[in-house]
Design a binder for this molecule. Structure first.
Ligand SMILES: Nc1ncnc2c1ncn2[C@@H]1O[C@H](COP(=O)(O)OP(=O)(O)OP(=O)(O)O)[C@@H](O)[C@H]1O
Ligand SMILES: O=P(O)(O)OC[C@H]1O[C@](O)(CO)[C@@H](O)[C@@H]1O
Ligand SMILES: [Mg+2]
Length: 528
């Protein structure tokens, strides 16, 4: 009987059911991950095992002719959207949201208002995965079973519903922005306020400085309205301010109760989502009638199941400017080496995309792909070759890359995130030393744009994404969902339960076509 571990829910980066193989020469592989040295593979393998060993995973018998049906049922269960009616006696009413168009227009003898609706049906779905991989060895294959059969998996379509679960005039809505800054926060705040007002909500407030704003007595809520938020999208940052740490769930829920908040919109990344899930659970326990909706915010683009998060595109655009400068510096110097460190704590999406968009990177280093600095296959040796061949080089490194090469402290930030060792400075020093020891002149220019890539205002594509996500967040709240997040999936807008997107970080798949394209563009070899 072929029995395999089924990752509960659905394919994520790690839902590639490969078998962990160990061979005598120390090569270990699992799915697409192959590492030459056992020791260096460990961090990646540990990440995978952490997913596989999750007690919520069950096993599935692929010899059972109905396995796909069972899988789909399980998936449907996981992706189900928590709703106020799950534990409260609530009755819906007809929506107050309407697009201001003339009703009852008769076109070709058909009453348009009867034939068409502006509303999304609760049974509308968007397809989660659109590629059918014919084999587990296909580039980027995400397989459920050993033969990589395609299984139709659907997620819930976002948008306004015909029935709503709140009387708008009784709603007090609050918005809070948590974690680090991200381009587009103001755009989302603005659209949430606009949409709430279209429904008829009169009381809208902003909670200052993230979760801290709930509990810090000195911080007072900020009144919001269309007039107040009208132009906030013209600048970066968050009108409300952001913060890390300071999240005692019981205290926060006490404050939510005391403030009489009935809709809460939380903009944040992975940590914020975990916090929101805990707040939602506590509110459910207290049987509070409140809809809590997240809008995923992160330049790192590390949230599961979505095409991308808002702010990412803008961050990439800014990051490529830094790469362009590094290129000009390197190209204009004798044996010039431009080194750019970009944000990306656990995922290398910014570094990969900025390298691709600039087209000027010779070496792209990301957390998901281990590399050696020294030795025959190491980065330094390859840099020597580039100097001989081109006389200059540009390296783009994600902040979370190569952490296994560095001394790590056990320090964490206020939110409990590990404080990373500085790979940028480490590379800069080692490159300088290497060429000095060889007696070869090398002019190393190090650029660390850090906050410059996330403090800017959203670009056009992020502004549109923010607009749709902000509006859909409000539609989700009025529809009575709670404990959900909004996202874009195969270019369609969807609702997902928070519990599913916080299972792990979304990572760059080293077997994906995108990473392969990046390698093709840089021309870099394997560095181990
Ligand atoms: N597991 C968790 N449970 C409850 N709250 C959490 C958890 N992780 C983080 N938080 C809280 O969520 C807030 C934001 O977390 P964090 O600083 O990690 O930012 P983030 O949302 O991940 O965004 P960013 O992408 O900027 O890192 C903080 O106030 C933090 O205390
Ligand atoms: O200095 P801060 O505010 O903690 O933010 C830095 C972090 O924020 C992020 O941009 C988003 O999580 C990470 O890439 C980075 O490590
Ligand atoms: Mg985080």
């Amino acid at each position: 009987m072929a029995s395999h571990t089924l990752i509960q829910g659905f394919p994520s980066t790690y839902v590639k059911l490969g078998i962990l193989r160990s061979s005598s020469n120390g090569v270990r592989s699992w799915g697409s991950l192959v590492c030459r040295k056992k020791k260096r593979c460990k961090p990646l393998l540990m990440k995978i095992n952490a997913v596989i060993n999750d007690p919520s995973h069950s096993t599935i018998d692929f010899d059972d002719p109905d396995w796909k049906i069972h899988y789909q049922e399980k998936f449907e269960e996981c992706i189900r959207l928590p709703h106020l009616s799950d534990n409260l006696n609530v009755t819906p009413r007809h929506t107050t949201f309407s697009l201001k168009k003339r009703v009852g227009q008769v076109i070709n003898g058909i009453d348009s208002s009867e034939e068409k609706s502006d509303y999304v049906n609760d049974d509308d779905r968007a397809l989660l995965k659109v590629i059918k991989f014919s084999s587990p060895t296909s580039a980027g294959a995400e397989c459920i079973d050993p033969y990589c059969n395609w299984v139709e998996l659907w997620v819930h379509r976002a948008g306004p519903r015909k029935q709503i679960y709140f009387e708008p005039e009784n709603v007090k809505a609050a918005i809070v922005t948590c974690g680090g800054l991200c381009p587009g926060l103001n755009d989302v705040i603005r659209q949430i306020v606009f949409t709430l007002e279209v429904y008829g909500v009169k009381e809208i407030v902003g909670i200052p400085f993230g979760y801290r704003g709930f509990v810090d007595e000195e911080l007072t809520e900020i009144k919001l309205s269309r007039d107040i938020v009208q132009n906030i999208n013209l600048s970066g940052g968050s009108l409300l301010g952001v913060s890390r740490g300071g999240a005692n769930i019981n205290d926060i829920v006490d404050r939510i109760q005391a403030k009489n908040i009935s809709m809460l919109f939380v903009l944040g990344g992975n940590g914020t989502h975990a916090g929101t899930q805990a707040i939602h659970d506590e509110c459910q326990k207290r049987r509070m009638k409140i809809s809590i909706i997240c809008v995923p915010k992160t330049i790192d683009n590390d949230i599961l199941l979505m095409d991308k998060t808002f702010g990412f595109d803008t961050a990439v655009e800014e990051a490529q400017r830094a790469i362009n400068s590094a290129y000009i510096e390197a190209h204009s110097a004798y044996n010039g080496i431009g080194l750019v460190k970009l944000m990306g704590r656990s995922s290398g999406f910014i570094a990969m995309h900025a390298s691709l968009s600039s087209g000027q990177t010779d070496i792209c280093l990301i957390p998901e792909v281990p590399f050696d600095l020294e030795g025959q296959y190491g980065v330094l040796n390859y840099l020597e070759k580039l100097m001989q061949k081109k006389g200059s080089a540009v390296i783009c490194v994600a902040e979370g890359a190569g952490q296994d090469l560095l001394e790590r402290s056990n320090a964490t930030d206020a939110s409990g995130n590990v404080v990373l060792a500085d790979i940028g400075v480490y590379l800069q020093q080692n490159i300088k030393k290497h060429f000095k020891d060889l007696g070869i002149p090398a002019d190393v220019k190090y650029i660390d744009p850090t906050y410059m890539i996330r403090a800017v205002r959203a670009n056009a594509s992020d502004a549109i994404l923010c607009t749709v996500l902000g509006q859909n967040a409000v539609h989700g709240a009025f529809a009575g969902f709670s404990g959900i997040t909004v996202g874009i999936c195969n270019s369609h807008y969807v609702y997902l339960p928070i519990s599913e997107v916080i299972k792990s970080h979304r990572l760059v798949d080293p077997n994906s076509r995108m990473w392969h394209r990046c390698l093709t563009s840089t021309g870099q070899p394997d560095f181990i």
